[in-house]
Design a protein around this ligand. Sequence first.
Ligand code: ADP
Ligand code: MG
Length: 253
Amino acid sequence: MHHNYKMRIRNLDLHFGSKHVLKNVSLDIPPNKIVALIGPSGCGKSTLLRCLNRMHDLNPDARIKGEILLDGHNILHGNTNPVGVRRKVGMVFQKPNPFPKSVFDNVAYGLEINGLNDRHKMAARVEESLRGSYLWDEVSDDLHRSALDLSGGQQQRLCIARAIAVAPEVVLMDEPCSALDPISTARIEALMLELKKDFTIVIVTHNMQQAQRVADYTAFMYLGELIEFGETRQVFESPREDLTREYVKGHFG
Ligand code: ADP
Ligand code: MG
């Protein structure tokens, strides 16, 4: 296992109102790896993922305890700026959600917010991001068409381009392929393997084949607890916990 970590989750507890949703979760995420979160629906995968870029900040019902270290710095600390966290920790959602703008503007948006206003640098960065998400060849003839006219798989790759354009360090993906056909899914999986050279990736997936194809490490969650975490092959082929074995065999969930 690694001894340097991009993110460390330490004794994380989360309540939504009176409901205890994450229970003393500790998990270390190594740099330039893909970590998959698996487990039955409702076990807390998305909730955990969303802690990693402070997405629960706007939910007055959410109470979080514990630590999440990003490069050793606790992002849950009261005086950490959540906007800065989200710049370092980007997110791609289950359903592709491009803005109702042009392909170009979708990628340029975050760069503009970050203060890039040189048109040539902007164009270069947009191209680089679209190449980086394997979309460039399909859109370069007309960057000003509406993003909403792209296919679902293209829209998801556009969302990935949008996420990576601002040069995050970590990219969170919550079931990014669940709305996509198998060919688009294969493209995104290939893309993830490429992206981990530059980024650290945490992916939620209900697809156990997908976890085995892409993830270096897998975390199995059940009822808000982290049951087992290890190298993906170990978790699937020789799980330490009976519960993990039952789940990866497809006996429940
Ligand atoms: P998963 O992604 O593993 O399917 P979630 O993290 O979405 O599970 O949900 C974990 C639990 O937290 C579920 O019981 C869910 O109903 C509950 N939950 C999720 N979001 C909220 C919320 N905003 N308010 C209250 N309960 C929530
Ligand atoms: Mg979920």
